[in-house]
Design a protein. Sequence first.
Length: 462
Amino acid sequence: MERSLFDDQESRVSDRPQPAERSAQVGTPLAERLRPRSLDEVLGQSSVVGQEGFLRLAVAQDRVPSLIFWGPPGCGKTTLARIIAAETALRFVPFSAVTSGIKEVKQVMADAQRLRRAQHQRTLLFVDEIHRFNRAQQDAFLPYVEQGDIVLVGATTENPSFELNAALLSRARVVVLDALTTADLERLAQRALADEERGLGKLGLEAAPEALASLAQLASGDARKLLTLLEIAAGDVAADGGRSLDAEAVARVSQRKVLLYDKSGEEHFNLISALHKSIRESDPDAALYWLARMLASGEDPLYLARRLTRMASEDIGLADPQALPQALAAWDAYRRLGSPEGELALAQLTLYLALAPKSNAAYVAYKQARRTVEERPADPVPKAIRNAPTALMKKEGYGEGYLYAPDTESGVAGLDCLPEALAGTRFYSPTQRGFEAELKRRLERFGQLRAAAREGRLSETR
């Protein structure tokens, strides 16, 4: 995390970042020492910083607009902001949305305005985690961006369309940065092991290909995480007098992969969406992968049990009436067993749901019934099916003409059970999939029997 602009007076007047000077500091982490100092050193993001990338051209022309860098941790958001300032005439001012408030925002804007008017120099204001600013704080940037006092560069791991004001988004270009590929991360690890000035080259270590692959896999696209793991693993090997970094050394420093995940952020919704849609698509392998991904990331298993139970009704319904009991049984099994044993019950349920026939007919029918209730007046219950516990109610016609369906020969009495204004309305239309094919046959048969019973009753009254 960058220091706040107001940590000391000197930081208020710093012109731009000096990576070479910072690298000389004792104890500086490897990830900071190896931070790229030019666009040519940046790995990945070729669509942004490649030879035809818009950012490279904008930097070369010193015409960088306000930007919002959106991407996962360790993909280069802060690095690119520093490089822009270092390779243009902009003064670099880092600002933390975590530790600063509206008072600090206004002070920064005033300082930038005075500098531009007095020295004709613009300020690149880098706001890390800009999504943490509330609406009022975000609005404070607008006039200074419009006047050209600052070039605002924000960094966020959250979807800007959800977290940032529309007015601010309209004045900045959103740049989507991708997580680094495993190939990019392996190249970064090799660079770090070979660099004697800023990296680990002086240790003289050789890395086995499987060690590099393991580091890249563990880092999950995050360059900072890769370099942190590499520095620890290499330090342990060197401390023991070793000369080779192997997969076993990597495994010792990271026994468990830490996956990119934020239970309250966009990635949470992306993953549960992937699980839900894989089940809908009847793809058990994909469904099982996304379930395992969420559990490995620390998702609450009871949340998953609840969502899987919802899928059993919403996406499968009566096409397989056993889906809901299976879901409830798996939910109960997890409550009784806990992790890790109970996770197998969730996996079993996921496979069952993925392979079950799919139908949302019950879901659609209920939504239509609810919409009808909301849009129409409260139509009266037909008198024939009203409760008639008193003589007065019977006198008023409550229960008149009611027949007990199981006592009839066909099992159907031919009653009109919907309000008169809704007679003949069909909400539920079963599919031909799974058990619903049988329900469709029953529905049609009952319809025929009900029509015949009504015709018979009409004949009796003629």
